[in-house]
Design a protein around this ligand. Structure first.
Ligand SMILES: [Zn+2]
Ligand SMILES: [Zn+2]
Length: 234
């Protein structure tokens, strides 16, 4: 009999945590007999997720839960396929569940909505701030979407930030303002993230940040109002 596989689908970024990189980073977390997937990418990314499981020799039917940081198509596009083809159920914040399930229209302009069409997928568990999912704590950081969440692992001091903060060329930043539902709220949510003790930031877009997360967040908090909020007329 062989020992159970300790392999992680994706590039190992922490103990029991893998990153499946791309335009959107998806992360796998194996803990306590459960296998979690944080975000799915666009629907076409499902193939690279399946391959990452195959390469790690982790059967796809071990996938127990898909955790969405928010309802945008680049993060949940593969949810319909993966919930149909694995035992995994879907979880996201209660305030984004109506958009994931197609019961509400996305709170962005009709033009932007054209780019963001998703295949509605049932949400099995609606999350709220402070919930615990395995090793992860749910942190509600609204603004990019009403139900945007980050997942925080206090044991390893990891922050899966989704689109609440992203990385670009060594700096932290917010996603393009036109995708946000409330920019002022998104900037206030950064303070919430700053209050956490984070060693490794695992963003929805960009490269993981493994040092100076606090000072980099401070820098973003300082410049965000001028960089992202519309200027008042002179
Ligand atoms: Zn987004
Ligand atoms: Zn995104």
């Amino acid at each position: 009999m062989t020992a159970p596989s300790r392999r992680i689908p994706g590039e190992a970024v922490a103990e029991g945590v893998g990153r499946i990189p791309g335009f959107v980073n998806c992360y796998t977390v194996i803990s306590g007999g459960e296998t979690y997937l944080i975000d799915t990418g666009f629907s076409r990314k499902a193939g690279s997720i399946v391959r990452a499981f195959q390469d790690a020799q982790v059967p796809l039917d071990r996938l127990t839960k898909i955790l969405l940081t928010h309802h945008h198509v680049d993060h949940m596009g593969g949810a319909a396929y993966l919930t149909h083809n694995t035992p995994a159920t879907l979880a996201c914040h209660a305030d984004d569940a109506p958009f994931v399930e197609g019961r509400a229209k996305m709170p962005v302009s009709p033009f932007m909505r054209l780019f963001m069409r998703v295949r509605p997928t049932p949400v099995a568990s609606a999350l709220k701030d402070g919930d615990r999912v395995g090793p992860l704590l749910v942190v509600h950081v609204p603004g990019h979407t009403p139900g945007e969440v980050a997942f925080y692992d206090p044991g390893q001091k990891l922050l899966f930030s989704g689109d609440s903060v992203v990385e670009n060329r060594g700096r932290l930043t917010l996603p393009a303002p036109r995708f946000a539902t409330n920019l002022e709220q998104a900037i206030r949510s950064l303070e919430r993230l700053r209050a956490l003790d984070v060693k490794t930031l695992l963003p929805g877009h960009g490269t993981p940040v493994v040092k100076n997360v606090g000072p980099l967040l401070d820098d973003l908090i300082r410049r965000a109002p001028t960089d992202f909020l519309p200027r008042p007329p002179p």
